[in-house]
Design a protein around this ligand. Sequence first.
Ligand code: B16
Ligand code: MG
Length: 210
Amino acid sequence: SMKGALFDLDGVLVDTARYHYRAWKRLAAALGFDFTPEQNEELKGISRRDSLERLLAIGGVSLSENEKLLWLERKNSWYLEYIDTMGPGEVLPGAAEFLGRLKGRGIKIALGSASKNAPRIIQRIGLLSVFDGIIDGTKTSRSKPDPEVFLLGSRAIGVAPRDCIVFEDAAAGVQAGRAAGMRVVGIGSPGILTEADMVVPGLSELVWDR
Ligand code: B16
Ligand code: MG
């Protein structure tokens, strides 16, 4: 039976994707090319560094290592500018209630996010105290779809992978959860999250007993 729940952050608990998009678009514009919301889909769930590489490929731009580091720093400072205006009102519908219900049933809860800014974000949206363990982009060395982030999460809450369930909105994250030997609930569209055990549009549509 399920004893642990592991949550992705961006796209599951909060919609930070639009802030990432705004910052990447600003970077693309500065380098002289356009970046569409459709292209942004590719960047979901993957690390900051990998995102830059994909963005540069889209724009057909090549940069030196030093220039890349400079733009990564700029992108993150723009992103921080945007997320520092966030508050509890930006928690996605049903997420806080769902977390509360799990806690009430004694389920251990961990965060499994690729973001290095994850602790700052969950603090801003008022969810910091919910988590029994937090694995963010500073604690992992391999990006999703590698299972590392969720295996570290299960260890942090002391629950075996087979007793954990993952909530993910990105295809790479769903694969990571499966590779960790966990059950996975996809948040989004069944057409994209084909490897999930079950897919729902959002946490407000979920009943734990199912
Ligand atoms: P940062 P998640 C991911 O968060 C985002 O989906 C992805 O777009 C972003 O590039 C990545 O975090 C790194 O974020 O630049 O803040 O370290 O979905 O894994 O919670
Ligand atoms: Mg996500």
